[in-house]
Design a protein around this ligand. Sequence first.
Ligand code: NAG
Ligand code: NAG
Ligand code: NAG
Ligand code: NAG
Ligand code: NAG
Ligand code: NAG
Ligand code: NAG
Length: 614
Amino acid sequence: METPSAAASCRRRRRRRHPLQPPSLLCLLLFALCPQPGLGLYTLNTVYGDTIILPCRIELPDGLMFGRWKYEIANRPSVFIAFRSATKTNVHYDDVSEYKDRLTLLANYTLSISNARIGDEKRFVCMLVTEDNVYEEPTIVKVFKQPSQPTIVNPATFLETEQLKLLGECISKEGYPEGNLTWYKNGMVLKPVEGAVVINEQTNVDEASGLYTVISSLEYMPTKEDKKSHFTCTMTYYGPTGRETIRSESVVFDVHYPTEKVKIQVISEGNTIKEGDNITLRCSGNGNPPPEEFLFYIPGELEPIRSSRIHILSDVRRNASGEYGCSLTDKSLADSTLVTVHYLDLSLIPSGTVTKQIGEALPVSCTVSSSRNATLFWLKDNTRMRSSPSFSNLHYKDAGNYICETTLQEVEGLKKRQTLTLIVEGRPQIKMSKKTSSDGTFKTISCHVEGYPKPAVQWTAAGIGSLINKAKETKYIDGKFSSKIIIAPEENVTLTCTAENQLERTITSLNVSAINIPESDEPDERNNDNRENVNDQAKLIVGIVVGLLLAALVAGVAYWLYMKKSKDVHGESEKEAAQNIQNLPRTASKHVDKDLGNLEENKKLEENNHKSEA
Ligand SMILES: *[C@@H]1O[C@H](CO)[C@@H](O)[C@H](O)[C@H]1NC(C)=O
Ligand SMILES: *[C@@H]1O[C@H](CO)[C@@H](O)[C@H](O)[C@H]1NC(C)=O
Ligand SMILES: *[C@@H]1O[C@H](CO)[C@@H](O)[C@H](O)[C@H]1NC(C)=O
Ligand SMILES: *[C@@H]1O[C@H](CO)[C@@H](O)[C@H](O)[C@H]1NC(C)=O
Ligand SMILES: *[C@@H]1O[C@H](CO)[C@@H](O)[C@H](O)[C@H]1NC(C)=O
Ligand SMILES: *[C@@H]1O[C@H](CO)[C@@H](O)[C@H](O)[C@H]1NC(C)=O
Ligand SMILES: *[C@@H]1O[C@H](CO)[C@@H](O)[C@H](O)[C@H]1NC(C)=O
């Protein structure tokens, strides 16, 4: 910026009487007479390192002999640095080491100085000399050097509350003229505060270059909130065009503060804790950095356990219930919590597989012991029971798979069950009954059997023998079933029902009269008390049966012979004869099987037989 000075420069017009006098000497003399330049002179602002171009600023006078440039420093003699002859057009640079090889003096007397330095801040004077006059015009040179962007160096690794610590140093290098550093926190200027904000600024000048390096240290006592604060610093300096500011990058510091609160947490898989669970105790402090080590107080342990933030208890039992605590290692702060380990015990007596005899008593007890009120229920063969079972007199229907189950509603997954498999055994019991069909053509004989394991039933009939595969059985339910046979006996017959299981064999007999003899259908009330002693009776019956069979056989043979004869005599059809021959040997048994033809046929056959008898 060139601002022509308003004030008049030191100008002298003099007629030179002695043209041979060397100009330098003249000028020196003239200089002494010149009043010292005041302020407000023409000033040239230059950037450090640039070329300073100094126009002479005097209109070239007529009769110009030569021009010279010199500089002046207060209280020192001026120093000539360059000369140019107007007539001979030769240029001479004085031997001034500071300006060696840096000067160029143009034909219009503009002086350029390359590579501007701080030392160039001087008052330069252009002198034009004519034969009778000397013209002078000074120019003040100012040099500016922009300092480096300030940076925060030696930053503290962390700050601590209640502690005044060096936060860092802000440095801005090699500026000119000297600038100022200012610290900011979150964009606000940090002003010194006794004991909390201490700023020290220091400026160093580089001897060789004359540039300033400014360093400002900040000692700072933070609060907890400062952990998010951004710190910056700015450099304020004057440039050729006025005041400028450059800002540093911002820096955030970790602020350490002590723990003010300790917290214990119990972590488990579910909302509640039950036996067998693993529980994790986590202790934390709200300081920064958070405390790494704690003392854990575990129920049942006399001494606290020193541990990191986490303490694991695996497979806890009910005796782990209690108060758990943790504290800082210096015991200054602590916290505690109550832990309940839920449990559920179930005891079923008896349990497993139990075999009892029918009619026996079986007391059953299922008891629960738990940390809370537990609900208990029973299942029999997967069906919920209304009440708990207990038996004073066991029945076959009592047999089954019993489950006593209990749950703790509040405790997820806490459930126990025990099983009782009850087997009710009983020796076979038999009741026999008979029933005549409404039309009186056949009789249904039933053998009602009770017992467990399921007895096998066998029918025998005196005079007929074994009735294998003739019987029909009902379903075996609750230890009961019945076996039926249908017969139409020609004669009185004794039917025997034998029921046998692993425990015993029972035999019962029933007299069934011939089909043509009416008799009551009342079920035989007589129960069998003839168990082992039945054997003798059975032998007797067998004897009778064998006897009857033999009698029947004899009778059969007699009939056959008779029939054969009568056939021969009476000339009966061959067909009829064949039928009779077939029928004869089965006299007693032919009607036993209901499945043998229909009733009509049976009747016909009977008629035939009666005819034969007649
Ligand atoms: C002096 O001369 C130089 C080059 O010849 C030119 O660039 C400059 O403008 C001139 N200065 C004045 C003040 O005439
Ligand atoms: C530097 O600070 C001083 C004192 O506060 C002040 O006088 C001067 O003008 C400041 N310089 C700059 C470049 O702001
Ligand atoms: C408890 O932890 C052990 C290993 O530490 C693991 O084997 C077990 O399964 C865990 N128990 C539960 C209930 O998670
Ligand atoms: C808790 O009981 C278990 C056995 O159930 C035993 O091993 C353990 O030592 C007991 N712990 C405490 C603290 O009493
Ligand atoms: C548990 O049962 C007892 C007696 O039935 C009752 O007094 C008590 O309140 C129950 N407790 C809970 C937690 O239900
Ligand atoms: C069956 O009849 C025989 C004689 O035929 C007799 O001895 C026996 O006591 C009778 N049995 C029953 C159960 O009535
Ligand atoms: C057959 O039994 C009936 C009674 O049920 C009896 O009256 C009759 O005499 C008996 N007949 C024979 C041949 O034993």
